[in-house]
Design a protein around this ligand. Sequence first.
Ligand SMILES: Cc1cc2nc3c(=O)[nH]c(=O)nc-3n(C[C@H](O)[C@H](O)[C@H](O)COP(=O)(O)OP(=O)(O)OC[C@H]3O[C@@H](n4cnc5c(N)ncnc54)[C@H](O)[C@@H]3O)c2cc1C
Ligand code: SF4
Ligand code: SF4
Ligand code: SF4
Length: 356
Amino acid sequence: MSKSRYAMAGTPCQITAAALMENYTEEFPVEIKIGLFCMENFSYTYLSQLAMEEGVDLADVSECRIEKGKLWFRLNDGSTVAVPLERARSAMRKSCAVCMDFASEQSDISVGSVGSPEGWSTIIIRTDKGLELVEKARKAGYIETEPIKDSGLRLLEKLAAGKKEENLEEIKMRESVARPVMYWRVMPDDEYTEEVKDYQFDDLRSDVIDVGACVLCGACLASCPEDMIGIEDRKPEVRGECPPGCNICYLACPRTYVPDSIVSRESASEPLGEYMEVLSARAPMFRGQDGGVATALLAFAVKEGMVDGAIVVDKEAERPWKPVPKLAEDPEDIVGAAGTKYSACPIFRVLKEEGD
Ligand SMILES: Cc1cc2nc3c(=O)[nH]c(=O)nc-3n(C[C@H](O)[C@H](O)[C@H](O)COP(=O)(O)OP(=O)(O)OC[C@H]3O[C@@H](n4cnc5c(N)ncnc54)[C@H](O)[C@@H]3O)c2cc1C
Ligand code: SF4
Ligand code: SF4
Ligand code: SF4
């Protein structure tokens, strides 16, 4: 991986993958992690089909949003089409049903909409690094903040706890009829690293990819020292023979096993994870999905030289609303990638593309 330092915005599973790569690889280049709130995500193929069934061509959609129990498509002509979430969940990725993180608990700052008024974001500051970025961006006028209302915080905690309770039930149910949900097992870190010391991509395939547990984050691809992993449309594939002694893709994957030292199993009963402060915030100069705060913080960090660039998720040129990862060194490109694309994205792929 490169010597440049980056900031990123990503879903909780992507942020967990970043924490694993930080732990297991040398010189992982992500310095600032901005985590998004996330209840669920969708398969791009099924989401496009769902839209079609509702008479919506994604090419005509200017904005996607999940709000008030519905998935909303705003069309270029100003009209909206709402799909009840119950129905939209048919397009949900299977791995999201066992996800135990709503609020990106391993990030420096988490950002989401729940808990704050329209046009504002809720931010959770978790680390000194996150606090420094928020304070500097606030001083420079990139963001403004207000205390979150008690009712907003209560709603946030309720939704985050609800996701954990429901998904813990799903984990127990799957484990009672099938195999353990690997990433949520509990075992000592050293026992785990000893157990998997000879594991390679074939094990990742059988333990994660073939059982539908992959979140398509691209961490395996980014961490492979031999550049042997590719992701075409839907899943990671290996090209060639793995050299003996390498198991890094297995360790970097957020769905093989996440040591308790990185994600404590006690967090199952703490809806938001550990944090310093929760605020409402918005970015007066930027238009984003909610308060534009994720974009403002990334753009500020790059402009101020705190990092060399930001890893963001933009839209592919050919397929409408198909997320594509981008390494943005120009704040304009970060601004261009604002807005939520509700499908999985192999975000860490850019760490390999950058060296091409
Ligand atoms: C799949 C998904 C589900 C979400 N579910 C919830 C939810 O249930 N409740 C809630 O309050 N908030 C949810 N969010 C977060 C919310 O949609 C906004 O991203 C968040 O409020 C930040 O708003 P903003 O205006 O500050 O972001 P913006 O300034 O618009 O920036 C958004 C950032 O998100 C990144 N991004 C866009 N799509 C993706 C993607 N597919 N994967 C990774 N990164 C991406 C972009 O790179 C951009 O930097 C979800 C986000 C995603 C991606
Ligand atoms: S696994 Fe699904 S629900 Fe969990 S963070 Fe990733 S995209 Fe969101
Ligand atoms: S070389 Fe290592 S990281 Fe790459 S696919 Fe093989 S086991 Fe995984
Ligand atoms: S198999 Fe690769 S892409 Fe899938 S979750 Fe694991 S690291 Fe991410």
